[in-house]
Design a protein around this ligand. Structure first.
Ligand code: FAD
Ligand code: SF4
Length: 508
């Protein structure tokens, strides 16, 4: 019988069983709907990325003479995926609906509900794009008290023979993070080669016009859009990274620099998350670069740890512990998100740079996300749901399975320590050490109270004071918390005053 094959915007993998199982009579169904850009106010470049990649993918399916029913945003009036799907079911009268496991629970639930209500079987393919399956993660996780990424990663290294010499990790160690926490020092990163850019074809230009017309009030700009939107472009982007930036990835993966949005990062997250690029190809290319002597082991291992380790691990966590993230607020955070997150309008140099760049490109690298925007939100105590919505809206690579554990687990500790063994709190001195933001800032990262006190530093001490009880017996936080014993009564009260002023200045 005829099968309706739903291709979601983040499932653009031509090798997926959903696609390769196609038989004559089946129909691929794809729909652009406003809801996906509006349920959180999606960065315009994020919407463009999805829509352009979807249109290119549909074009390729059609060129193989496969039946595609594609609903462009400007040609129909359904506002939700569900409405559009119900209409498609009426039109095609399929005997079955199939889809690849969605990366967002909201979409998965909608599909199940819709299939049930029209009485059609829904077949969900497991997502072969990833190395591991959700069942793999589940069996690894069950019965373990602590779910540290490191151990999951080592299992995958062994199972898939990645960076292994027989049964030993290359170089004899699993982890080279010790070599990988450098900053650029006063001289800075020097002249960085600019990443390959992609010329906008007509499909992308049309989508840019459409997004600007339909979602004028959404954040961000499309002016600098030059992301890879096809599988072929994604391969070129991978090659560009291997040739020009992988070499410095390990050493400088934690570094920050004003006005340098990419540094040695790969910019491949969105291409992987939309499934234009297979992580097996990425990992293999990086391992090859190491085996050929093109890059050192700490660069290759540092990078592979991100893709084979973190990326697979956060996906497993999302699907096995969704509720811990969605409902957790372990630190009882109750502040509203500062308004400058949507505008970049702040005098704090680090936040201004990271957010302005985010609005320009829909991109920030990991340390900007974790230790600038994420850290500020953690110290300020932003409500988990609000910071989660921001991260889900604002990055071109944001899809809930990867965004949510990173934001609510790793960065905000809302899950109470399921993912991170302690909250990643630090003062402005961390930001000062890792880059040059503080040189151009009116605040002083060494000052925790009084005039010119760095808001990160004041809020850091305030955080420790506020959470003293909670963490005084915590094995990895107790030492940090004990430092407040050295503060005089007066100093504590100065910190509280400074924080009150900071909070009063920041509007939502
Ligand atoms: P690189 O620095 O070049 O890293 C290589 C690849 O490793 C990335 O492309 C990515 O696929 C993977 N990777 C690295 N770190 C992680 C991680 N922590 N979790 C999962 N994969 C990782 N990543 C997303 O893809 N989507 C998100 O919505 C997202 N939200 C985040 C929110 C917060 C608060 C934080 C702290 C991190 C988030 N990340 C997210 C992870 C990471 O910051 C991005 O993957 C990375 O910055 C993307 O840039 P890149 O491709 O240049 O990565
Ligand atoms: Fe950021 Fe504080 Fe440094 Fe300013 S002084 S750049 S606010 S860390």
């Amino acid at each position: 019988g005829k099968t309706l094959r739903i291709v979601l915007g983040d499932q653009l993998d031509s090798q997926a069983p959903l696609v390769t199982d196609y038989q004559r009579g089946d129909v691929f169904w794809m729909a652009e709907v406003a809801e996906e850009s509006l349920h959180v106010p999606s960065h315009k470049a994020r919407s463009v990325y999805f829509l352009s990649a979807m249109r290119h993918f549909a074009r390729d399916l059609k060129s193989r003479k496969q039946a595609v029913d594609y609903h462009a945003l400007d040609t129909h009036s359904w506002s939700t995926l569900e409405e559009a799907l119900r209409a498609a079911i009426d039109k095609h009268s399929p005997e079955e609906i199939t889809v690849t496991e969605p990366g967002d629970r909201r979409v998965a639930e909608m599909l199940r509900g819709t299939a049930d209500s029209v009485g059609l079987p829904l077949h969900i393919y497991s997502d072969t794009h990833f190395f591991s399956t959700i069942d793999d993660f589940h069996s690894w996780a069950s019965g373990r008290k602590s779910l540290r990424m490191e151990y999951f990663y080592r299992e995958l290294r062994k199972r898939y023979g990645v960076l292994m010499d027989d049964d030993k990790p290359c170089g004899g160690k699993w982890n080279y993070d010790g070599d990988n926490r450098e900053s650029f020092g006063a001289q800075g990163p020097g002249l960085m080669s600019q990443p390959t850019t992609f010329k906008l074809d007509k499909i992308t230009r049309d989508v840019i016009a459409l997004v600007n017309e339909r979602f004028p009030d959404n954040p961000g700009s499309t002016e600098r859009f030059d992301w890879p939107v096809t599988a072929q472009q994604a391969q070129e982007a991978l090659q560009d990274f291997i040739d020009n930036r992988l070499v410095g990835f390990g050493q400088y993966q934690d570094a920050l620099w004003h006005g340098e949005p990419w540094l040695y990062h790969s910019r491949l997250s969105a291409a992987m998350n939309l499934k234009l690029l297979n992580p097996r190809d990425v990992v293999a290319a990086v391992e090859r670069a190491y085996r050929n002597g093109y890059v050192a082991l700490n660069a290759a291992e540092g990078f592979i740890r991100q893709v084979l380790g973190w990326r697979e691990y956060v996906r497993g966590l999302y699907f096995t512990h969704y509720d811990r993230f969605a409902e957790g607020n372990a630190l009882e955070a109750s502040a509203d998100l500062p308004g400058f997150y949507w505008t970049g309008d702040t005098d704090m140099a680090c936040l201004k740079d990271a957010i302005t760049q985010t609005l320009d490109y829909g991109y920030a690298h990991h340390i900007q996300r974790l230790m600038v925007t994420g850290l500020f939100s953690l110290l300020f105590g932003v409500k988990p749901e609000q910071i989660h919505s921001w991260y889900l809206a604002i990055y071109v690579d944001a899809i809930e399975w990867v965004e949510m554990p990173n934001t609510l687990g790793m960065s905000q500790y809302a899950d109470g320590g399921l993912m991170a063994s302690k909250p990643y709190v630090a003062s402005g001195k961390y930001i000062q050490r890792m880059g040059n933001y503080c040189d151009q800032c009116p605040y002083n990262p060494a000052k925790r109270s009084g005039e010119n006190a760095c808001p990160f530093t004041a809020l850091y001490w305030d955080f420790l004071i506020r959470h003293e009880q909670r963490f005084s017996d915590h094995p990895r936080m107790a030492l940090q918390v004990r430092n407040i014993k050295r503060l005089s009564h007066q100093e504590k009260s100065n910190i509280r005053d400074t924080v009150r002023q900071i909070r009063n200045r920041i509007t939502t």
